[in-house]
Design a protein around this ligand. Structure first.
Ligand code: FRU
Length: 496
């Protein structure tokens, strides 16, 4: 099925679509061989950024950017899920629809924060006029204890400040001292990407305090989805620079998701002091728009979009696109950000199988792996070299290969042998350097059409979409050295 998506179609109001179209899309998504078992995915259409990740009224809340009527970036809304365990999600239906003059062309990304007994949703209202000129409003809505949402009538911030274009979006509100800070992605009139900071005594009263100083380098033409969290009291800025020169920090994907860690947040000077160089948040093929927050239980949790802007994916032909990553817990070690799957994911585990052996030519780790729905924790010895083949057919004509070389300290993901190659213009390998002559710990989550690999206790993470054909469920390991680990079948989560 290929549809020519005109602008008129993409921005057609939701009520003008007939229910039958939506139902067909829902059925198609459910029947897709790439339908995920335990990752958050759209029932129909396109999912992109996670929004409003928060804890409120005894539950985790998570929204995502949704265009429900096809696999394209059209008229966006926030779709709402809630959970008690970060693994099983309950559908709360639409959280925010594009239904006011301030968000007529899209309820764009934003965040949520509990204020007294309500949850504030802060987001960008995207508006276009007849000439298709863009306007950007920063808006608010209140969600009460019954999950009823009402939009705040007046914009929180009615326009970009002087000197900035209408590429001004994705507000994050955090509590700071007796009041609040609002962090937002922006572009100045010289078309340079910036992060701006507002301060206010309440969440409806904002004053610009300046551009956040967190690097001396140019961040390209736009910064999307900036968010600031505190880990061990240190500020950690997660953001997506677009068009950044690769000499600033190397990346392979169309746009990277980056992170900077500082010593402290200096609000007087609107600066992150002593920032680290930019680090890639994820070394895989498909991550963007990660959103993190300081949870009330003391953890810093994040979730990302396992997809990238402007690129096509094989599910487009089935009328849907993308999923979110697993929820991750963030920490800092040796001045680097570490990411681990939230502990709650252990609730998905079914029976455990020990796997171990001496590597030689082509052998199976787990016999008869019939479904791409598992977790594998594996240690490769300090002298090991070889290949772990995921999503492989029996003859291993096709697979998603992870080459490892503990001796020389390197792992490399290779997507060139998968049966449905995608976005090959951005390269087919992703490589991470590791310490030499040290065992490598891999913690791998495979779910139908995604693979998330946590390396050495979360020092690196590689998230990638893979679209296997029927029968491409085998798992082989070959090489030299020793391996030992555990394999778990995983159950589906309740949203799926
Ligand atoms: C990032 C982004 C945001 C915007 C949203 C619109 O993927 O472009 O900057 O708010 O997506 O869906």
């Amino acid at each position: 099925m290929s549809t020519e998506w005109t602008t008129e179609m993409r921005y057609r109001p939701y009520h003008q679509w007939d229910e039958e179209t939506r139902q067909q899309l829902i059925t198609q998504q459910k029947q897709s061989p790439w339908h995920l078992s335990y990752h958050i995915q759209p029932n129909s259409g396109l999912l992109n950024d996670p929004n409003g990740f928060s804890y409120f009224n005894g539950r985790w809340h998570l929204f995502y950017q949704l265009y429900p009527f096809g696999p394209v970036h059209g008229l966006k809304s926030w779709y709402h899920l809630s959970s008690t365990n970060l693994v099983d999600w309950q559908e709360e239906e639409h959280g925010l629809l594009p239904d006011t003059p301030y968000d007529s062309h899209g309820v764009y990304s934003g965040t949520a924060i509990p204020v007294d007994d309500r949850l504030l949703l802060a987001y960008t209202g995207n508006v276009r006029d007849e000439e298709w000129t863009r306007y950007s409003y920063q808006l608010g809505a209140w969600m009460d204890q019954d999950n009823q949402i009402s939009k705040i009538e007046a914009p929180l911030i009615p326009a970009p400040p002087a000197g900035y274009t209408t590429h001004f979006r994705d507000p994050q509100v955090i509590a700071y001292e007796q009041g609040y800070l609002l962090i937002i992605g922006a572009q100045n009139e010289q078309e340079e990407g910036k992060v701006l900071v507002y301060q206010g005594p309440s969440v409806t009263d904002w004053t610009l305090i300046g551009e956040l100083n967190f690097t001396k380098d140019s961040m390209g033409f736009m910064v999307e989805c900036p968010n600031l969290v505190f880990i061990d009291q240190r500020p950690v800025l997660i953001f997506c620079p677009q068009g950044m020169d690769k000499t600033v920090a190397y990346y392979d994907n169309i746009y990277p998701n980056m992170v900077v860690i500082g010593d402290k947040l200096d609000v007087e000077n609107v600066a992150i002091t002593n920032p680290t160089p930019l680090q890639n948040l994820d070394a895989g093929f498909d991550v963007y728009a990660t959103q993190a927050f300081n949870a009330p239980d003391g953890r810093v949790l994040s979730v990302g979009w396992a997809g990238l802007p402007e690129l096509a994916y094989p599910t487009d032909a089935e009328g849907w696109a993308h999923c979110l990553t697993l929820v991750r817990e963030l920490s800092i070690k040796d001045n680097r950000l570490y990411q681990q799957p939230a502990i709650e994911h252990q609730e998905l585990r079914q029976e455990a199988l020990n796997v171990q052996g001496t590597l030689n030519k082509a052998q199976t780790v787990v016999q008869e792996n019939k479904e791409n729905c598992y977790e594998l924790s594996i240690r490769l010895s300090a002298n090991s070299q070889g290949t772990l083949s995921l999503f492989a057919d029996e003859q291993k004509n096709h697979c998603f290969a992870l080459h490892f070389d503990a001796k020389h300290g390197k792992i490399s993901l290779d997507r060139s042998q998968v049966s449905l190659p995608l976005n090959t213009e951005f390269g087919q390998t992703r490589t991470v350097a590791l310490p030499e002559n040290q065992a490598i710990d891999l913690h791998i989550f495979v779910d139908q059409s995604i693979c998330e690999i946590f390396v050495n206790d979360g020092q690196h993470v590689l998230t990638s979409r893979v679209f296997p054909q029927a029968g491409e469920t085998n798992l082989f390991i070959e090489g030299t050295g020793e391996y030992t680990g555990t394999y778990w079948k995983l159950r589906s989560s309740s949203q799926n």
